[in-house]
Design a protein around this ligand. Structure first.
Ligand code: F6P
Length: 511
């Protein structure tokens, strides 16, 4: 980007001291109106950020230079945007009611859900299915978990309660077996590739356990195992009956997959209507993203802010703080979405890039964070971009109190406070963004999640990277497999590993 004039202008702009001074920025007329945006069920307030109109205009020019409009067209027209795997990214087709993928996807999910709910499909013990355990990790876990928590508040409210087994961990699996009524449980292996070691190990542990229980008699109409995958062949080879496999397409990226068959647990827990609402909300955001001018376009504005802080102001972290327990899994979902999609050092041509990409994403339920790490926000030496996310539902004074806390944090960070005793004072001038959802309807949640998805795509276009692959995660997995093989073959000493790593493996083996 060295020779890019807009990039250089933005760099110069970011050096202006008044841009990092919220009190000075608030001298501008109509700042609040100018930096507040609304679409659908979302209200976005960017006014507490270190930004002015000129910077925003320059950022918009950057999007023009990056040919964002044509990149958005390519995404929605199903052209190849995942250049590494030569695939389009078809998640948006799943929420477009006029697209055949939408019809196919929902028909197959609802058919199976109906059969489970009506008792036509039973567990391998001949019992009615009353619970589901989702065995999956990453994108095959985080999206369904977040949406189920958001839309079903309490497990008891779920039509069919859903439990999750993600990482390989004996204690978690044992705990899970204690929590569910195994004979009434459907175990759902959710894996796009059907080759993720953690998921397959957990699936095997479950199968082993099931086979040991008296009365386990799987056949075509009764099965305690099902699969959701883009690799049906592997699922069949693993012995999953054909009617218990929900397919989805390879062109749906793992972290963008909750709209696909991966959303089946959402349908069981929250019902078809809510899943429809979720898809409809996401579709509304798709249309907004496609058509709205960039300076009014929520995902693009969010991406511009990320670029501004990361590449020009030079901040390397970003906090996601939902002030609503129902959105407690949003930070984790967003962490994967941003860090796995945009944690890249190569551009789409495979060349090493010289500018930083994703910030380190972290966060938690707002009030818990308040009592854990907000001290560092208020009096730590750094500033970092923060998203405060709240849900407007005037249903109780405690819910309002929660929202007042959210609002107070943004104000306190910005205003600060002088005290006689200097150590008690807060310097203020710390930026933040506030995002309010009208309610926790399926539609609002769909809009919110699609907004972040499109934010990430926009970032990838400006950074000229592929946000739909994740080759970096392979190395660690390969070394783990290698260690396992050498341990099994008793050839550990042949491994070309450093002394620290070798000593750690021996510690495990000698315990
Ligand atoms: O972390 C790597 C990854 O490939 C993610 O991209 C993906 O969401 C996760 O593993 C699970 O993959 P799968 O759905 O193929 O089991």
């Amino acid at each position: 980007m060295h020779n890019n004039p807009i990039w250089n202008q933005l760099k110069d702009k970011a050096k202006q001291t008044e841009l990092r001074d919220l009190a000075a920025l608030w001298q501008q007329t109509n700042r609040h109106q100018k930096f507040t945006f609304e679409f659908g069920d979302l209200y976005l307030d960017l006014s507490k950020n270190w930004i002015d109109e000129e910077a925003l205009d320059l950022l918009q020019e950057l999007t023009t230079q990056a040919k964002l409009s044509s990149a958005i067209d390519k995404l929605f027209k199903g052209e190849i945007v995942n250049v590494t795997d030569s695939l389009p990214a078809s998640h948006t087709t799943l929420r477009d009611p006029s697209h055949k993928n939408h019809q196919q996807n929902t028909t197959s999910i609802y058919n199976l859900a109906d059969q489970v709910n009506s008792g036509t499909i039973r567990s391998a013990f001949g019992r009615k299915i009353k619970q589901l355990v989702n065995i999956g990790i990453g994108g095959s876990y985080l999206g369904p978990r977040l949406v189920i928590e958001a839309l079903t508040e309490l497990q008891s409210e779920s039509i069919i309660p859903v439990y999750f087994a993600a990482s390989v961990d004996d204690s978690l699996i044992n705990q899970l077996f204690k929590s569910v009524d195994i004979e009434h449980t459907l175990f759902c292996i959710s894996s796009k590739s059907f080759s993720t070691v953690e998921t397959l190990m957990n699936a095997r542990a479950v199968e082993k356990k099931l086979k040991r229980i008296k009365g386990y008699q799987p056949n075509d109409k009764q099965s305690s195992l099902m699969a959701i995958t883009a690799n049906q062949q592997r699922a069949r080879e693993a012995g999953i009956p054909e009617g218990m496999i929900l397919p989805f397409d390879d062109s749906v990226g793992g972290r963008f997959s909750l709209w696909s068959a991966i959303g089946f647990p959402i349908v069981l827990a929250a019902g078809k209507e809510k899943f429809e609402g979720l898809l409809a909300g996401a579709y509304q955001m798709d249309i907004h993203y496609k058509n709205e001018p960039f300076l009014q376009n929520l995902p693009v504005l969010m991406a511009m802010m990320t670029i501004w802080y990361r590449n020009f102001i030079g901040l390397d972290a970003y906090g996601c703080l939902p002030y609503d327990a129902r959105l407690r899994s949003l930070p984790k979902w967003l962490q994967q979405l941003m860090m796995e999609s945009a944690g890249k050092m190569h551009n789409i041509n495979g060349e090493v890039i010289e500018y930083p990409t994703t910030p380190w994403v972290f966060g938690d339920h707002g009030q818990l964070s308040q009592h854990a790490f907000f001290q560092a926000f208020h009096q730590g030496v750094d500033a970092l971009p923060l998203d405060f996310i709240g849900v407007l539902e005037k249903n109780s004074s405690s819910q309002n109190f929660l929202l007042f806390n959210l609002i107070a944090q943004g104000a306190a960070l910005m205003q600060g406070k002088e005290e006689d005793h200097s150590m008690k004072g807060c310097p203020g001038n710390k930026p933040s963004t506030t995002l309010l959802l009208k309610n926790m309807s399926a539609q609002s949640v769909g809009q919110l999640l699609a907004m972040y998805e499109h934010m990430v795509y926009t970032l990838s276009v400006i950074w000229n990277i592929n946000c739909f692959d994740q080759p970096g995660v392979e190395l660690g997995k390969a070394i783990a497999r290698d260690i396992q093989e050498h341990v099994e073959n008793n050839t550990l000493n042949d491994m070309a590993l450093d002394p620290s790593t070798m000593a750690l493996i021996k510690k495990v083996m000698d315990q």
